[in-house]
Design a protein around this ligand. Structure first.
Ligand code: 6GU
Length: 276
């Protein structure tokens, strides 16, 4: 996979040299190229921003440097065909974007080429987004409901989430199976607690079932813990689940946790302040 990042702070992306992403790059699984947006400015001050039309606070990133930068980076993929990195997907990080999820991370990990355009200030002149969305696939993505000073930290987040899904980056092919939010058997539940040696630490024992060697009981216990944790931390994930994903013991555990199958065919907990 090839990843290009166009930014006014290439040094902010230094963490891409270390750990999992760094190893994926060293192993040749990931070709990351950082570009300084200011290289595509032509004035003495390397200006990338200007005041917003219509007034208001803050500054807006000018369209010309972004246009030249994107043209150059996209052209560096060659004319397409054999030896080209394939069709680019342009990813525009913005708090106004679609929420970035594990499902989107999986989609991105299947693409040959991602081009990220993290912005500072109040964002990029809208015409840039409209222009490149017409010529290429483009997604505006947010990493959560809070506002950051720029898109560079979101790029680090998204690249790490994508890189760990690439074949041969994590140790074994099963590593993603039990991830929180993974589709399949865990049906989008959160992962439960994990333990390692020693068996007793500061008077605290590891749950007995985990040292029982009984694989069936261990799988069941883990699933119940996943249901418990999800019920507490993210009840909306239980509400959103297709009940067909729950087996009989899941249903028993959910009922113990106060969940009831509703008329809409979903699990719900009703309002505790309303008389039944
Ligand atoms: Cl992608 N950018 C910025 N600036 N803030 C954010 C974000 C992105 N996602 C959440 N907050």
């Amino acid at each position: 996979m090839r990843i290009d990042v166009i930014t006014i702070f290439p040094e902010y992306l230094a963490p891409l040299d270390v750990s999992l992403v760094g190893k994926a790059r060293a192993r040749g699984r990931l070709d990351v190229r950082l570009h300084d947006l200011r290289e595509w400015t032509h004035d003495r001050h390397h200006t990338v921003d200007d005041t917003p039309y219509g007034g208001g606070p803050g500054m807006v990133m000018k369209p010309e440097p972004w246009g030249e930068a994107l043209d150059a980076v996209l052209a560096s993929g060659g004319p397409g065909g054999p030896g080209s990195p394939g069709e680019p997907l342009i990813v525009v990080p913005t708090p106004s974007g679609t929420p970035f999820t594990q499902a989107i991370a999986e989609e991105l990990s299947a693409r040959p080429w991602l081009v990220f355009t993290p912005a500072r200030y109040e964002g990029i002149d809208r015409r840039v987004i409209d222009e490149y969305a017409e010529r290429h696939e483009l997604r505006e993505l947010s990493i959560g409901d809070y506002v950051l000073a720029g898109g560079e930290a979101p790029v680090l987040v998204m690249v790490e989430a994508v890189a760990r899904l690439l074949p041969g980056v994590l140790g074994n092919a099963d590593s993603h199976r039990d991830d929180s939010f993974a589709p399949g058997a865990m049906a989008g539940l959160l992962e439960g607690p994990v333990y390692t040696k020693p068996p007793r630490w500061r008077g605290r024992e590891v749950p007995e079932v985990l040292v029982s060697g009984h694989h069936g009981r261990i799988a069941r216990w883990r699933r119940d813990e996943a249901l418990r944790r999800t019920s507490t931390a993210r009840p909306e994930l239980i509400e959103g689940c297709d009940p067909a994903a729950f087996d009989r013991q899941d249903r028993r555990t959910l009922e113990e946790l106060g969940w009831r199958l509703g008329a809409d065919g979903r699990f719900g907990r009703g309002s505790p302040n309303v008389e039944e």
